[in-house]
Design a protein around this ligand. Sequence first.
Ligand SMILES: [Zn+2]
Length: 337
Amino acid sequence: MKKILLSITLLASCTLPQSSFAWGADGHQTVGAIADALLVGTKAGAQVKALLGDATLEKMSVWADCVKGIAPDKDFAYTSTGRYAECIPFETASGIAAMADYVKRNNDACHPGPGEESCHKQYHYADVSLQHAHYQTGYTGTSDHDVVHAIQAAALVLQDKPQPAPFNIKDKAEALALITHFIGDIHQPLHVASAFLDADGKLINPDEVAHDQHNNTVGGNALQCPCGNFHALWDDVPVQFKHGRMNTMLTKKARTLKLVSAPIDALPVLWADDAISDATRVFGGAQFSKSTVGQYGNSWSIGLPLEYEKTMLSVKEDALARAGAHLAQLLQAIWPE
Ligand SMILES: [Zn+2]
């Protein structure tokens, strides 16, 4: 394939993401809505209803992002009232108290290092070098509180089993909101895989060569494309998927997927492997500049092949359908018929 730096056509047609939330709220709600539909008439569906009452997986899917409005340095006050439409249902007095309580329980038990985020924010991702074929705990960019472990912890709570530190999930309803969100995240390739680059823009494997944190493009956050931040470009959901417009089509697609079965604990590891494999498509044909000093330490420009939008659409559509199917699969494994 001819590798040409991003053309003006793509630049003109790219839509800028509304927020820095993974998948954007639309993507997470789509994943929840697919699972809501797949679980109709099942025992797992009845359990979900018993735990969530009038709420749905679709509605609760964004809760783990809404809690990011709680500011530990402002005495755990909620600082984004009215900013995100999808968070408004949680902005009651008791809703805000519940969000603050979660953040207090999941703020620093993971002992964030200098420059690292609050623990609950780290639950949303991993940064495995895309030169690995598989996720493996211990690789650079993994931790005992990355997105794989977060799904495992929430699944344990849903099974009445003890959860490992640093997780502090209060009850099954909270676990259900979290698992719905994190299963969305683990299907966003850049929430699992990351490119590690040297100063010349050459890919390196941080588990094979000496490196420091400045080589990590932080899930694409340190990559600039003509659309802006490369991670945000991937978080954004294509316009045709917004506001649930394609949920019926995606649910149909989700029903036809062949799902690999495995013990509950092993499922998120397999999904992380899929995300790493998707990341090779995300970076297929990409070219990197030499590094400059940016917000995350080093920063690189990324040039993308022609027709990159088509690749994005296909990867995103597939990932959203798979995420919804996997969420339903996991809940049905927890609550079998
Ligand atoms: Zn997230």
